[in-house]
Each structure stands twice: as C-alpha cells, then as structure tokens.
Design a protein around this ligand. Structure first.
Ligand SMILES: [Zn+2]
Length: 281
C-alpha cells in the first residue's frame, strides 16, 4: 500500500519530469499532499501477517446440504424478490426454453432460503446449505405445474458440480418440504426426484427391496403410527414420536410421499409408504 503511494507520488518517471518542468523542486502544495497521503496510509488498520504455507488435513466444507425450491412466480418476479428482498438463494434456474442459471449469492456466504426447519436434527440450515430456486408456479388449482426437461438437465449439471465441490451426501440433497414439512410444499410432487436418482443424484430405494417389504407387510399388516414416526426420524425428518396420527405427523408423511412416492401424498400411512421407508438407507 505504502509502496504504491510512494510510486505514485515520487515515481521515477512522473516526479522528476514534473520537478524539471516546475523548477526542480516539488511545489509545497504537492509535498503537503504527499505527506497527507502517507499519514492517512499509516493510520489505516493493518491486517495480521499470516503464514499460509501449512494447510491442515482435518477440514471440510461448511456446506452439507443442497436444498431445492420452486419460486411460485415467474422469472422476472423471482429475480426481483430473491435479489432485493429479505429472501434469497444461491442459484435460480429460469423457465426459458433454454433455461439460464443465475448465481445470486456466493457459495461461501449464507443465502436466506431455508428458514425454520431441520434435517437429521440439524437446524439453521441457511448456514450449512446451498439453496437452488427453480422457476415453477407450483400448484395452479389442483394441477401441479411440470418442470421442463431443459430445467431438469441444467439442474442436474448444477447439483452435480455443487455436490462434488462440497462432498454432499445423497441423503443431504433435499426439498424445502423435507426440512420444513409443517409449512412448505416445494419443490412439490411434480419434481422428478426419481429421474435425478437415476443419474446418481440424491437418495432413492431399490424397487425389488420395496417389493419384498410390501409382500411381507401384506402378510403381517400395517405397522403402527409410532413405527412410521420412528422410521421418518431415522431417514431425516423432524416428526413427533407420540404414536398419534396428528396433523404434524400427517404433514411429515405427506412430505415424505411427495418426495419418494408422489403418485399419492395424502399423508396417510400405507403399506407402500412403509415398504419404501424400510428400504431407504
Ligand atoms: Zn422454498
């Protein structure tokens, strides 16, 4: 910093030329300006000198989760809300014919997308996740709007890069509704989780294992509500553990079904849901 100011003020090229054309001495005003610059520079806080020649092996990324959302608004409105308001996301995927991916927040910083929620008991997910918003209207009436193939393929590339950068586990790639089942439904039952799983993104189950569990459950009967609550907690969800099928439990079951069995997400315990839960690791 000081060296560059000296170079500017007393630099070998400009200062002598200036001195020659102005009587071989620096004019008092210029000398004063130079002193003022030096004084200002000297009082600026200096950063601590750091030796960065040794890097610790014991470290990992602060990012542990990738959370997906729909915007429930068009691209223009979503960009405005996510860049100028109190909510934001690291990325936004548009719904253009050739979708574009905006990066609105650097991955080293918190975006404000997750809000109140938890996954595997971890809350404050804004501090440990990357948020991706996808332009999609969600439900219009009772009709969930589809995600375009072009959006999904761009999303797959983006998630793959983020997951590799931060070593994100498959079961940590989740929807907003997985972490906040009591108040959120995005990315919704139209989101193609299975398609992502087929290319190695996110957690899924083996269909043969599910078929075996379904067959044996058909013999033994449906497990009780406490069993569902324990299994939902085991696979990451925040859910009551009191054995009652209350509204909170129904909401969690519905969130689970939207993600893993979107053909029916009524929040009711059933054999297929039990078999999928059993098959999930
Ligand atoms: Zn959301």
């Amino acid at each position: 910093m000081i060296a560059s100011y000296l170079g500017t003020v007393f630099g070998s090229a400009s200062a002598p030329a200036f001195a020659r054309s102005h009587g071989r001495t620096l004019r008092p005003a210029l000398a004063l300006a130079a002193l003022a610059l030096l004084a200002g520079c000297a009082s600026a806080p200096k950063t601590v000198p750091l030796d960065t020649s040794i890097t610790a092996q014991g470290q990992n990324s602060r990012v542990r989760y990738i959370m997906l959302h729909y915007t429930a608004g068009d691209t223009a409105r979503s960009l405005k809300v996510l860049s100028q308001g109190q909510v934001s996301s690291h990325y936004l995927i548009t719904d253009d014919r050739a979708p574009k991916a905006y990066r609105l927040v650097d991955e080293t910083r918190n975006a404000w997308h997750a809000g109140d929620g938890s996954w595997y008991g971890q809350s404050w997910l804004n501090t440990s996740s990357i948020g991706i918003e996808i332009v999609n209207m969600g439900p219009i009436g009772t009709q969930w709007q589809p995600y375009s193939d072009a959006q999904v393929s761009l999303l797959i590339r983006l998630i793959r890069e983020i997951a590799a950068r931060h070593d994100v586990k498959p079961q940590h790639i989740i929807g907003h509704s997985d972490a906040s089942p009591q108040r959120k439904t995005d990315p919704g039952p139209a989101f193609p989780w299975q398609k992502l799983a087929q290319v190695g993104i996110g957690r899924w189950y083996d269909i043969n294992t599910v078929a075996q569990f379904s067959a044996s459950l058909a013999q033994t009967g449906l497990p009780d509500v406490l069993w569902f609550q324990r299994e939902l907690a085991r696979v990451g969800y925040a859910v009551p553990q009191h054995g009652q099928l209350d509204r909170a439990t129904i909401n969690v079951l519905a969130a689970f079904q939207m993600h893993y069995r979107p053909a029916r997400y009524d929040g009711q315990p059933d054999i297929e849901t039990a078999a999928i839960l059993s098959a999930l690791e």
